[in-house]
Design a protein around this ligand. Structure first.
Ligand code: HEC
Ligand code: HEC
Length: 369
């Protein structure tokens, strides 16, 4: 099994070398864990918003997948944010470093670099962070997620791994390892993951056509049910900000999942009960890969999500007006089975296989994890 992985990694490495005609990085080995990194020089064509060099992004890729950033060396960012799932997770909530479950569904990481400077802040389901560079250290310090609350311990762990000295030198021209260098690199890597290569984008640019079912689904999504009024699929961030909500705090919406939310989302940040049950409008790019759905992962399938909009919307006092009928009560969209199939086919055109298969976003550790 191990030899197969190494062979596969070699094929990928040589293929990308062939494509970008570059030189293979030296293999980095060392103790305490014997580690081989598959890091062919690669070009991050989607430049990260902070404009970091490829070497900074590559360093970020290693840190993203390195379990030495967690308190008991058991978990990395990539343990919850899985590439094959558009950097989301396939459980309602994810397990942290001591096997303790979190409380929220792991969102995909894609196009978040473009949200970096939005105001109000837009990172996390409740928008509690504004800058990606500050945000990426939070899961490391979080007592459920990675448990490394002491930044000095984090720096020591990274310093202890023999491969980082060369990687920091390449990235920053100095082998000094500090928290800022770590944060800058991880945020550059996370920010470089863009999903713009979808069938939806291609058709929008006049390349290719939708099937009849996809075209019907698009029409239902944009017109009959006005899903696009919130989930603006034509933008890479997928609706945050343009989605409406209140004037001063757009993009956070109550969709009537419950009459009483156990997690009040945005209100936990603003302290305002008018924000109870409001969560960030999720980006629907790659949505067919990111089940289960909603901030708490309550729906296992897209069918179940559509059933919510169809018959399940609760009359929460903060329910968004677009989900109310003329009588002021929760609307029942009554989406037929055939319409559900069409909408799901349309949502499938939002999948970007580059994000899920590109080796430059993959786990570079060959013998570890
Ligand atoms: C134990 C699982 C777990 C680990 C490990 C983890 N995350 Fe997350 N991540 C989550 C969950 C759950 C959320 C949503 C939390 C919330 O909104 O309150 C999240 C949210 C995010 C977001 C915000 C996405 C958005 O759309 O707003 C980013 C970016 C992110 N994580 C990056 C990282 C990075 C970088 C690391 C490693 C340093 C990491 N995560 C480690 C589970 C995890
Ligand atoms: C008024 C704004 C609004 C409208 C209209 C709307 N949505 Fe949503 N949608 C949201 C918000 C906000 C969430 C996240 C809610 C939460 O987790 O509490 C969401 C969640 C989702 C999710 C889950 C995504 C994930 O990653 O978990 C899907 C799929 C979805 N909506 C599809 C649709 C479809 C299809 C329609 C039209 C039938 C629609 N939405 C209409 C705001 C809206």
């Amino acid at each position: 099994m191990k030899s197969k992985i190494i062979v596969l990694a070699f094929v990928i490495a040589s293929l990308s070398c062939y494509l970008v005609s570059c030189t293979q990085e030296p293999t980095l080995t060392g103790s305490p864990v014997s580690t081989t990194l598959n890091l062919p020089a690669t070009s991050y064509t989607y430049n990260s918003p902070t404009g970091q060099s490829d070497d900074v992004v590559s360093l970020g890729r290693v840190l993203f997948y390195d379990t030495h950033l967690s308190a008991n060396n058991s978990i990395s960012c990539g343990s919850c944010h899985k590439q094959s799932l558009a950097f989301s997770d396939n459980t309602p909530v994810s397990k942290g470093f001591q096997g303790v479950m979190g409380t929220r569904n792991t969102p995909p990481i894609q196009d978040i670099g473009t949200m970096n400077t939005f105001s109000p802040p837009s990172l996390f389901w409740d928008g509690r962070q504004k800058f990606l560079i500050n945000m990426v250290l939070k899961p490391i310090a979080n007592h459920v997620e990675m448990g490394m609350s002491d930044p000095n311990a984090l720096v020591s762990n990274v310093q202890a791994m023999p491969y980082y000295s060369a990687l920091f030198t390449k990235a920053y021209g100095s082998s000094t390892i500090d928290v800022n260098g770590i944060a800058r690199a991880i945020s550059a890597f996370a920010g470089s993951i863009m999903s713009t290569n979808t069938k939806f984008d291609q058709v929008s640019c006049g390349q290719g056509t939708f099937t009849a079912l996809e075209a019907q689904g698009r029409d239902l999504f944009f017109n009959k049910f006005n899903c696009n009024g919130c989930h603006q699929t034509q933008t890479v961030v997928g609706g945050y900000q343009q989605g409406g909500g209140s004037v001063t705090d757009p993009g956070f919406i109550n969709i009537g999942l419950d009459l009483n939310y156990t997690d009040n989302g945005r209100a936990l940040i603003t302290g305002n009960s008018d924000d109870n049950g409001k969560f960030k409008i999720p980006n629907l790019r790659n949505v067919t890969l990111t089940a289960p759905y909603m901030h708490d992962g309550r729906f296992a399938t897209l069918d179940a999500v559509l059933e919510h909009y169809s018959h399940g919307i609760a009359n929460h006092p903060n329910l968004d007006s677009r989900l109310k009928g003329t009588n002021g009560l929760a609307v029942q969209m009554n989406i037929s089975d055939q319409e559900k199939t069409a909408i799901i086919a349309f949502l499938g055109t939002l999948t970007d296989n580059t994000v899920v298969t590109d080796p430059k976003f993959s786990n570079p550790f060959i013998t570890q994890q």
